[in-house]
Ligand binder design. Structure first.
Ligand code: ADP
Ligand code: MG
Length: 339
């Protein structure tokens, strides 16, 4: 008997799911990103029991055509890119076609979806990677994705989950960042039947901060906008009163995607240097709009890290933009001439 055999699709999906679906928060992130890519103007996120028992994401986006719903659950099935060349100018949040297949492989899924121009939509149920029911139904335009019992068929992974409150706080972290990334979308977050926050979907980032963190925080921020050779920065700079002892309130978004970036961190902290004391970090929400060719988001499956083509140019623009703004607002004391 041959020793080396090709794994079957279900096994491959179950293994691969580990990369995309680490915990409930990763499911929430993937699903809300799909809603954003579907151009939803309103998204509701509901979770129960730290998202382990239930995650329900409802959007009013473009829906999935009836005859494509089952394909969407196949690994590497995506409507967002067609060839590897498309990767260099991808603007959607997703493009790997892995989320639905991965989530479907390790939980129980119910999906209801309808496109705006179809009269009826479709409801499918997926369990452990298999479509177990599929029917035509009447439902509103958009998509509702319900995930139940994460890792019910992968006990080893389930055992690795943290407490319900830790998982819930990781989800909140994801949802807050998605809301800050997309102030143009009305996002509602409900945890165990309790409304945690609701943004109103205007483009106003300061109002969004008000909805998420309250009036006291929002009033100590100043909006800014800066443009320099093809790089566009905008966002909110926090006053020194909002400085913290950790970097939890430094938010960086590139083309609507939350990212981690030591480079942007450094540029911003340098710009704030004379304004806040050593050991403290600014409150800043920085949205960077760049030509997609300038940045590679395909570094890691979670797309949290990016690679800039010309990092010096980005660093300088961010430093100058933020510094210029802080000085213009007279937050940074200007050096007065001695003569
Ligand atoms: P990706 O986002 O990388 O394309 P996914 O596995 O997340 O891969 O989704 C597969 C496909 O299913 C998407 O390309 C999209 O066409 C469709 N899809 C998933 N979620 C939604 C949604 N909420 N609204 C509309 N289409 C969706
Ligand atoms: Mg996706």
């Amino acid at each position: 008997m041959a020793l080396i055999k090709l794994l079957d699709t279900h096994t491959i999906n179950k293994i691969a799911a580990g990369e995309v679906v680490e915990r409930p928060a990763s499911v929430v992130k993937e699903l809300v990103e799909n809603s954003i890519d579907a151009k939803a103007s309103s998204i509701t996120v509901e979770i129960k029991n730290g998202g382990i028992d239930l995650i329900r994401i409802t959007d009013n986006g473009k829906g999935i055509p009836k005859d494509e719903v089952e394909i969407a659950f196949l690994r590497h099935a995506t409507s967002k890119i067609q060839t590897a060349e498309d990767l260099s100018h991808v603007l959607s949040l997703g493009f790997r076609g892995e989320a639905l297949a991965s989530i479907g492989a390790v939980s129980k899924v119910e999906l209801l979806t309808k496109t705006p121009h179809d009269l009826t939509g479709k409801r499918v149920e997926v369990e452990a990677g298999k479509i177990i029911s599929s029917e035509e139904i009447a439902c509103p335009a958009g998509t509702t994705f319900i995930m139940r019992q994460l890792f019910y068929n992968v006990p080893a992974r389930r055992a690795f989950l943290k407490t319900v409150s830790t998982e819930a706080s990781k989800i909140a972290d994801v949802v807050y960042k998605l809301a800050l990334a997309h102030p143009e979308i009305a996002i509602k977050y409900i945890q165990n039947n309790k409304l945690i926050f609701q943004t109103n979907g205007g483009y106003d980032l300061q109002r969004c901060v008000f909805s998420l963190y309250g009036k006291e925080t929002a009033k100590d921020t100043i909006p800014f906008h800066y443009e320099k050779d093809g790089i566009e920065l905008s966002g909110l700079c926090g006053l020194a009163t909002l400085a913290r002892a950790n970097r939890n309130y430094e938010f960086f978004f590139i083309n609507g995607r939350y990212i981690k970036s030591p480079l942007l961190q450094k540029a911003v902290e340098e710009a704030y240097k004379t304004l806040i004391t050593i050991g403290k970090f600014p409150f800043i929400i920085l949205h960077l709009n760049l030509a997609p060719e300038e940045v590679d988001v395909n570094v890691h499956p979670t797309k949290l890290e990016v690679r800039f083509k010309e990092s010096d140019r980005i660093y300088n623009a961010v430093y100058e933009g933020v510094h210029h703004h802080l000085s213009a607002e007279n937050l940074i004391p200007k050096l007065t001439s001695l003569t």
